[in-house]
Design a protein around this ligand. Structure first.
Ligand code: F6P
Length: 530
């Protein structure tokens, strides 16, 4: 297929879907009555994940056109290109190979085989370093073992490991605490450091580029804190600092000892980096074996994505629903509601994954798009969300597709609590779909119903299943990008603000480029400085 001329909205499937959308009158409850196999038809299972998407605003005819849309897109070719290391991130001239990080062995030849060997070496280093820290043989300058690890990083260098350490808290080391500092808000950093013993603290500066302003500023402050409290000149040369980066030159310039630099390759995108050395904090917290299980689970999802037919492919199903809602029904947001407190950071994580990847308005060839792309991703855990924003979901003026996510078993909970949690989730999905009519004199009691949702049930929140869950959403985002014909792997949209902020921080000279409103805000803030 010649993908250079692909325009999804010129395909027959797209046009059929536009017609379906214009005359849409799907009553989901009615669809269950007329299609006795609806729930089997619209569900898919792989390994320990089961996805039911039968409560969505689709019928068999719409689904057939969505499947045709996927089949007529460059998806299959792009998938092959991604897994084989072609430079599909064209604007940065880079391959996209986070899937290689999840492989132990392979039949790769040539370049991929060499890359896999490098990945294996990097994994060995993650294992060696994390084992030493966990066993107490990685010592600070006073000869004491590490009790606190502070991961300083932002975006993908923060969200992935932070989410994973929370999700896998069941396996966390009994005497080593992991802290995450993302924001350049000094109050957060200082209050974290003030509770720690510098002799027993390890700082990890996690930055793919080793250039990010927030991370370097936080790193510098942490180094000064070590310098003062340990009374040493160059804390960055000691075992109190590890750098994780794809730019070892910058880490060396920063003064980090070569043996304390954990590398990964530039073909690992920031938001896909928890599988790389960026995952060192996961391995320190949960142990290397759990980290490895996480990779195995993600690899199993890769295999499912590669080999399952499009009609029974979990990431494809989630992506097609998203494309249907965004581009055809013009629903602008999508909620992620895990019924599991350990997944409380999942909505933020998926926000970066989806919105940084597919928040684009030009095609891969640089042409403007005339259809909406990524929805706004938001959410929080149930049942907490039920007492905050579910009112709007049931009776507001917006229709919000939802992904409910839960573990069937939770050994950390009690059977009673877990039953209450899961019952709440299932009840919400059903209530949102069924609604409830009310007497016209009591319309405040009316629930319109027909609100779409999908439900993902995971056998249990093991490290392996957690890996599969994240890989599922990565591939979902990839499929969306293939259908929308956008480059999901760059993020040029964050550059302008970064450059302007850097200018404001470093020199008053560049203020001349600012608009009158921003200049007046800047002047106001400066005048109020205590
Ligand atoms: O926000 C842009 C971005 O490049 C993200 O993609 C990335 O995860 C984050 O900044 C941090 O970048 P780095 O790891 O290079 O510090």
């Amino acid at each position: 297929m010649d993908t250079s001329h692909y325009m999804p909205n010129k395909t027959e499937a797209w046009q059929n879907l536009e017609r379906h959308a214009q005359k849409l009158s799907i009553d989901v409850c009615h669809q269950f009555k007329v299609d006795s196999e609806r729930s089997q038809m619209f569900s898919v299972e792989t390994n320990e994940l089961f996805l039911d998407y039968s409560k969505n605003l689709i019928d068999r005819a719409i689904w057939a056109d969505l499947i045709a849309l996927a089949k007529n897109s460059p998806l299959q070719e792009m998938k092959r290109s991604m897994f084989s290391g072609k430079k599909i991130n064209t604007s940065e001239n880079r391959a996209v190979l986070h899937t290689l990080l999840r492989k132990d062995n392979g039949s790769e030849v040539g370049k991929l085989d060499r890359l896999l060997k490098k990945v294996k070496d990097q994994k060995q280093q993650i294992k060696k370093v994390s084992d030493r820290i966990r066993s107490g043989s990685w010592l600070g300058v006073g000869g004491k073992p590490i009790t606190d690890v502070v991961n300083i990083g932002i975006g993908g260098s923060d969200l992935g490991p932070r989410l994973a350490c929370h999700a896998l808290i069941e396996f966390s080391h009994p005497t080593i605490n992991i802290h995450f500092i993302g924001n350049v808000d000094g109050a957060e950093l200082l209050s974290t450091l003030s509770k720690l013993d510098p002799q027993r603290t390890l700082i990890i500066i996690a930055s793919k580029t080793f250039k990010t302003l927030e991370t370097l500023m936080n790193g510098n402050t942490a180094m000064k804190w070590l310098q003062t409290h340990l009374n040493i000149r160059d804390p960055q040369r000691t075992d109190h600092l590890i750098a994780v980066t794809a730019n070892p030159k910058n880490a060396l310039k920063y003064g980090v000892s070569e043996s304390n630099i954990l590398q990964f390759s530039d073909w690992v995108g920031g938001r896909y980096s928890l599988w790389s050395s960026i995952g060192i904090s996961i391995a320190i917290s949960a142990g290397y074996d759990r980290f490895h299980e996480m990779l195995v689970g993600a690899h199993e999802m890769d295999e499912h994505f590669l080999n399952a037919p499009i009609e029974k492919n979990m990431p494809v199903a989630l992506a097609l629903l998203s494309v249907w809602y965004s581009s055809f029904l013009r629903l602008e947001t999508h909620a992620i509601i895990p019924y599991c407190e350990r997944l409380q950071l999942l909505p933020s994580y998926l926000q970066q994954l989806a919105m940084e990847s597919n928040g684009k308005s030009v095609t891969r060839q640089g042409q403007p798009l005339d259809y909406p792309t990524s929805p706004i991703i938001w959410g929080q855990t149930g049942t907490k969300g039920q007492h905050a924003f579910f009112q709007l979901l049931h009776q507001g003026t917006h229709t919000v597709p939802i992904d409910f996510i839960a573990a069937c078993n939770d050994m950390l909970s009690t059977p009673q609590h877990h039953e209450a949690l899961i019952s709440n989730m299932l009840a919400q999905g059903s209530a949102l779909m069924k609604g409830q009519s009310a007497d016209p004199t009591e319309m405040h009691l009316h629930y319109r119903g027909n609100n779409p949702s999908s439900t993902l049930l995971i056998d249990k929140l093991s490290a392996k299943n957690f890996g599969a869950l994240i890989a599922l959403y990565e591939h979902k985002v990839f499929v969306e990008g293939c259908i929308w014909n956008i480059n999901s792997f760059d993020q040029w949209g964050v550059e302008l603000g970064k450059t302007m902020a850097n200018g404001m921080v470093s020199s008053a000279g560049s203020l001349t480029n600012l608009d009158a409103s921003t200049l007046s805000l800047f002047a106001h803030q400066q005048a109020k400085l205590a």
